[in-house]
Design a protein around this ligand. Structure first.
Ligand SMILES: [Zn+2]
Ligand SMILES: [Zn+2]
Length: 58
């Protein structure tokens, strides 16, 4: 009985391409429909790199 954790892949970080999973700490821009990982979130200072609006927590 192998336990396979359910990790729903939402998408990839728009800046670095890292996979973003539902259970991860990650950020989202509802206007551009993009995901940003925590590392890139710090680099863009909480702003969407495309539209510059505030990113939302997943
Ligand atoms: Zn990233
Ligand atoms: Zn945006």
């Amino acid at each position: 009985m192998a336990y396979v954790p359910k990790r729903l892949l939402l998408g990839r970080c728009r800046r670095c391409g890292k996979p973003v999973y539902k259970s991860d700490e990650a950020y989202y821009c509802p206007r551009c429909n993009i995901y940003i990982c925590p590392i890139c979130y710090a680099k863009v200072r909480g702003r969407c790199p495309i539209c510059l609006s505030d990113l939302k927590t997943l």
